[in-house]
Design a protein around this ligand. Structure first.
Ligand code: SF4
Length: 573
């Protein structure tokens, strides 16, 4: 949509407050938006985030509540107009397709009477003309004319939704607001309705605001999108870019909960609940955010541009980059032969993100992991952890830093160390607090990975543990410093499938609850597909393909990725 298209609707600082509640609820809190002719804007967010109140506020249909701000349609401010004047604009200029057809349609009036109602209100037309237009509207929305003599309960959910659409289009509005159009529909009905909306918009040229928590629908129908949380806009931008690369932790949480994007990944909803009452002093998302700190609770982040066509409300400018590597090279000499293990690799890992590094054994994954963690020195290139250059192992020797878990984590650990000592050791190395405090932290870490904390277990030597217990112990040892980034190098590859599944689920659950970022290194694409937000494919020392996991797994581009996929998944086809 060109920026030169006519500006139809401009909302400035709109607020909706339900005063009848005690305390009053600010459902919409200072929302601004612009809508141009023929454009489609998606509004996404969890139930209760204020999407529907925004629609009702624009339509002037808020009952028992106060609306403040400006609603400028074709240069005229509709906010605060008396109902009689507002009614002239409603349906003719801006129309709303409500979400719950059974509640909205009058059970004692037939369909024809209800579709004809806006026509009777706005035009002085003869009954025959109204009937003729009703038949035309039914045809437009794919319904036979005879349905106009029926009552709402005689129609299916999909048909009733079409009736609401016909009603909304009856006066040929320039702006159509569609509120959760497909919520109650089965997949076939949903697809039909979406195609119909697309077709009608193309034909009639109306601008559309699509309110939905179904991100697949928003991806199909809109060119721009806004994310709402607690009545405020927290992110906005071009739909395809926002859904591929969200910059607000909340938008990413919505995506990660969305089955139509990550078809194979385990779904993890956003932990916690929005604060009651909608509004708060600081960032409303702070209690649920994986990268928030005390400063986030002090003041509200304003919605600001962070790139062209992208706005985010976050004190940290959106999702932070924790790890950035550029041009990493590493060569080994083996039997007088030079082996280029890593050839100019770059990658980034953002806070709260799970990136999978996949490739066959020998592709250079583990060498790269060791370089990223500062365990191995690169021949060339740079690694930054939270924008600070990684030289040596400082990033792994701090609280809230980076930790790496190896495939066989205790091969280099003294067999004379006991369970509690192994977990406590990273805190001993950095001399954190007192010994009793370190022991308490070690016990907490053991509990986190569901290992026993009874004296007879914590005083055992590591070599007496099973493979699964040893890997859990390695995770506990890594978590004891509360890392912000975990590098997990083939951590489950030596385990049996059941232990592997349990451990992986726990690791992902921990990641989700604590919000740390993780680089998960594996040659197992099944596992990567289950947990990764982003995938890097490594082949002969190079990253040959990288991207969001739903794109890589559904449409791999590089021949090597395709080969890996066909080898991994061919038995499932
Ligand atoms: S980092 Fe802070 S300001 Fe940004 S979304 Fe999280 S809690 Fe809000």
């Amino acid at each position: 949509m060109s920026a030169d298209s006519k500006l139809l609707l401009e909302i400035k600082n709109l607020s909706v407050t339900y005063d009848a509640a005690n305390p009053p609820v600010r459902a919409v809190d200072g929302v601004s938006l612009q809508l141009r002719k023929g454009e489609s804007l998606g509004i996404i967010g969890e139930s209760g985030c204020g999407k529907s109140s925004l629609a009702l506020g624009i339509m002037g249909l808020i009952k028992q509540g106060a609306v403040a701000g400006e609603i400028i349609y074709s240069g005229h401010n509709l906010a605060g107009l008396p109902e009689k004047k507002l009614r002239k604009h409603r349906w003719q200029d801006i129309a709303l397709v409500f979400q719950n057809s059974l509640e909205v349609l009058n059970p004692v009036l037939n369909i024809g009477e209800q579709i004809g109602e806006p026509l009777r209100t706005h035009y002085s037309l003869a009954a025959e003309e109204i009937d003729r237009r009703v038949v035309k509207l039914l045809a437009m929305t794919g319904l036979e004319p005879d349905w106009r003599h029926c009552y709402p309960h005689q129609l299916s959910g999909g048909m009733r939704q079409r009736v609401l659409l016909a009603m909304a289009l009856s006066c040929d509005p320039e702006v159509l607001i569609v509120d959760e159009p497909t919520t109650a529909l089965d997949p076939a009905g949903k697809n039909e309705l979406l195609q119909l909306l697309q077709k009608l918009q193309k034909k009639s040229g109306f601008a559309m605001i699509l309110i939905s928590h179904d991100l697949g629908t928003v991806r199909k129908l809109t060119s721009r999108v806004m994310t709402m949380y607690c009545g405020r806009v927290v992110e906005s931008g071009i739909t395809s870019e926002v859904l591929k690369n969200p910059m607000h932790c909340y938008t990413r949480g919505l995506l990660n909960s969305s089955p139509n994007f990550f078809k194979y990944k385990d779904l993890w909803g956003i932990g916690g609940e929005p604060p009651p009452g909608g509004s708060s002093e600081g960032c409303a998302f702070y209690p649920r955010c994986c990268q928030g700190d005390a400063s986030c609770g002090r003041s509200r982040p304003p919605l600001k541009y962070i790139a062209l066509e992208r706005m985010v409300a976050c004190h940290k400018g959106g999702i932070e980059t924790f790890l950035r590597a550029e041009g990493i090279r590493k060569e080994f000499v083996l039997k007088n032969k030079e082996i280029k293990a890593v050839k100019g690799v770059g990658l980034t890992i953002r806070s709260g993100e799970v990136a999978a590094l996949v490739g066959e054994s020998g592709s250079g994954k583990s060498t790269l992991a060791h370089i990223l963690a500062g365990v191995l020195q690169a021949d060339a290139g740079q690694v930054f952890f939270k924008a600070k250059k990684v030289e040596g192992r400082w990033a792994t020797k701090m609280l809230q830093g980076m930790q790496i878990i190896f495939q066989d984590p205790f091969s280099s650990t003294s067999h004379r160390m006991k369970v509690l000592e192994v977990v406590r050791e990273p805190l001993d190395i950095i001399k954190w607090s007192s010994v009793p405090a370190r022991e308490a932290a070690a016990v907490e870490a053991l509990q986190t990975v569901q290992l026993p904390t009874a004296p007879d277990f914590v005083n055992r030597y590591c070599h007496s543990l099973s493979g699964g217990q040893r890997q859990r112990l390695a995770i506990a040892r890594a978590l004891v410093t509360k890392p912000k980034l975990l590098i997990a190098d083939e951590v489950t590859s030596m385990l049996d499938p059941s232990t592997q599944a349990n451990l992986l689920r726990e690791l992902k659950g921990l990641q989700n609850r604590r919000g740390f970022a993780m680089l998960y290194i594996t040659h197992d694409l099944h596992l990567a597909r289950k947990i990764a937000d982003k995938v890097y494919v490594m082949y002969q020392g190079e990253i040959v393909e990288a991207g969001v996991s739903f794109e890589i797994f559904e449409d791999p581009q590089h021949f090597y990725t395709r080969r890996l996929m066909s080898e991994a998944f061919s038995d499932l086809v």
